[in-house]
Ligand binder design. Sequence first.
Ligand code: NAD
Length: 499
Amino acid sequence: MEELCHWIDGKEVKGTSGRYADVYNPATGEIQARLPLATPAELDAAIASAERAQVIWAATNPQRRARVMMKFGQLINDNMDMLAEVVSREHGKTLPDARGDVQRGLEVIEVCMGTPAMLKGEYTDSAGPGIDLYSMRQPLGVVAGITPFNFPAMIPLWKMGPALAAGNAMILKPSERTPSTAIELAKLAKAAGVPDGVLQVVNGDKEVVDAILDNPVIQAVGFVGSTPIAQYIYGRAATNGKRAQCFGGAKNHMLIMPDADLDKAADALIGAGYGAAGERCMAISVAVPVGQKTADALIERLVPRIEKLKVGPYTAGDDVDFGPVITRAAHDRINSLIASGVEQGANLVVDGRNLKIQGYENGFFCGPSLFDNVTRDMDIYKEEIFGPVLSTVRADTYEDALNLVIDNNYGNGTSIFTADGDTARDFASRVNVGMVGINFPIPVPLSYYTFGGWKKSAFGDLNQYGPDAFRFYTKTKTVTARWFSGIKEGASLNFKAMD
Ligand code: NAD
């Protein structure tokens, strides 16, 4: 049984707690490694050396840190296949999808190559007589990243890239279900020139997360995961005076208007609903056709496409469309939610339960499922299923469809398929969701924009990556400077205007 490690001070370090988490191969259901779960004492030691390393790293000029990012990006690119394999081995997603996971993280590192421009302050010459005013952006110190299982490369890179480039040190706590990619990334970061101690990967569960949230040295917490945990982490971090941005779950709707190209909409729903077994926070899990004719025509197009989908282990080659879900518990929860949908009166058009794959009978595979006639009160509508299950909620009018999205608790992503620019504009303007696609199913913004949901999909301020990330990982200091020469007056006791 392989025993995984932490990454502390530039090397792999065995755990000392005696507590372990099992890391599964989701395709076979077997335990493939055990992961040490750190104690608060192990965490404290990692933070203490990160604190020392950060001071030197912060004093390295931004252009040099940007060059480290350049090298890091190059190494990620050079090792793309290795990283994708590590992602797939623990997550179960297909290799092309795993390469996408690495690629969307790499693109954030590419933006970090422009760190000096991102960190520029502002300057006002002669803001008052002989007075100059300027601001600078300074790193926070030691910050933490706590990441989910579903993007083992992308999300750790979204966290570590801007945090390190801005001059911070980071304690990264990856998901205990898909931990190995973070260690491989840390090795590449070291090879690129990130000094020892600046990036520490500390594995663990709630015990170490709570210790991170309570540690006074940690200045900020960037979290991504499910909504209840995001809300908990936000509350505890904020109570302890830390900056926190905590991104949560989703229930993403796609509106399909009567004038949409229905073949394109159906293709988009297949990719966005079933890709990565639906385990994406930007997956489309609710299709909202407008009008009964649109709904019937859409279902007619979806069914044959779903029936063609091939589910299997990533090792079976490129014709596999998606792999298993992450755990036995996730598999069973998805199946019981499907059962609840049937009990509560939805029409299960395609039933993905009971899929068995020869040679992988114990794997956590769920076949694709499609529901029609789902209503707002059903559990399959209210809960994030996070599996290959697409629900169809029929709407009579555009306003009904829009209000469905507006009323939903989550607000991560949404999309509209239409041929009418006016409807698309209206939707983008009125919908209360953070990321909107127009004839585009998974509107994950490129890395020079920012990523973040609204409502229960995000707690805290500022988005992930792009300019927002540099704001989140730096503090603004504003300096009002006057050089005394020839000042004749005495002290002024008034609150001075710049006149
Ligand atoms: P999760 O909330 O179970 O775990 C996320 C992290 O929190 C992990 O590192 C885990 O160890 C830690 N954690 C879990 N329970 C904890 C507890 N009780 N106390 C303290 N820490 C705890 O999420 P997951 O299952 O790994 O990931 C899937 C979820 O993440 C989905 O809800 C998905 O929508 C969401 N997600 C959101 C985004 C986004 O940007 N909004 C991106 C990806 C995934």
